[in-house]
Design a binder for this molecule. Sequence first.
Ligand SMILES: NC(=O)c1ccc[n+]([C@@H]2O[C@H](COP(=O)([O-])OP(=O)(O)OC[C@H]3O[C@@H](n4cnc5c(N)ncnc54)[C@H](O)[C@@H]3O)[C@@H](O)[C@H]2O)c1
Length: 247
Amino acid sequence: MFDLTGRVALVTGAGQGVGAGIAHQLARMGAAVAVNDLVGERADAIAKAIVEAGAQARGFAFDVSDWAAVEAGVKAVETELGAIDILVNNAGVPAGMAMTKFRDTQPADWAPYIDINVYGVLHCCKAVVDGMCERGFGRVITISSGAGTAGVGIGVAAYGAGKGGGIGFMRNLALEVAADGVTANSIALGLMNNVPEEAVPTLAHSVPVGRLGDPAEIGACCVYLASNEASWMTGQTLQLNGGSVTT
Ligand SMILES: NC(=O)c1ccc[n+]([C@@H]2O[C@H](COP(=O)([O-])OP(=O)(O)OC[C@H]3O[C@@H](n4cnc5c(N)ncnc54)[C@H](O)[C@@H]3O)[C@@H](O)[C@H]2O)c1
């Protein structure tokens, strides 16, 4: 079950944090993983760690918010590793992300959150989905946030707009490609453990299971969604958050 041998996966923003955990888990289950990041050194370091663990990976540096860069990056992945079967849109935190009340922001502040979480997702999907439909198999997973499905009140309104936009797109994409063997799902994450150490106890206290999420746990959920066994799961938004939001 959940064997990904022979599959090629692209994970965006995977040079650290959640994306790195996803890349490791997909590779552990047999996929050849294209580790994307805006920062090439990060992508290469994670790919190296995956290879040292005995699995297959390569680093690919490109900016998901730049269509020409995505087109070229996906071509490079397909030349090096083969046609992409699994896309995980994980990149979603622009450099310098700040928590500021909406009333204290200006229009010029909002673009990075929309560029990465809406255009980034659309660009990567556009670059891979035709091939997936032609081959009759594809798995698209977008990493979203509780801020995209509910108000969180911590000064991330523009980020929430981007995250909610990505979910709305995925729901519609799912219906357009369902008959072609391609699934499209989102995962709305709660609080993860890649925060400054001093913030962990307070944040963990607010999570019903009593701890923050680990990237490997998000990777495990992606392994399921990427698998043959998940062919009837599409158009959904999974809440993965230690019980912070229940549905
Ligand atoms: N960390 C959390 O608590 C949390 C909570 C909810 C949702 N999320 C979501 O999980 C995902 C990963 O978050 P994280 O905390 O691991 O982020 P992170 O900031 O630790 O890492 C993100 C990586 O993405 C890369 N990146 C940034 N812009 C990029 C671009 N334009 N193109 C390609 N790569 C780019 C960065 O260089 C960085 O290596 C994001 O979609 C985020 O919104 C995170």
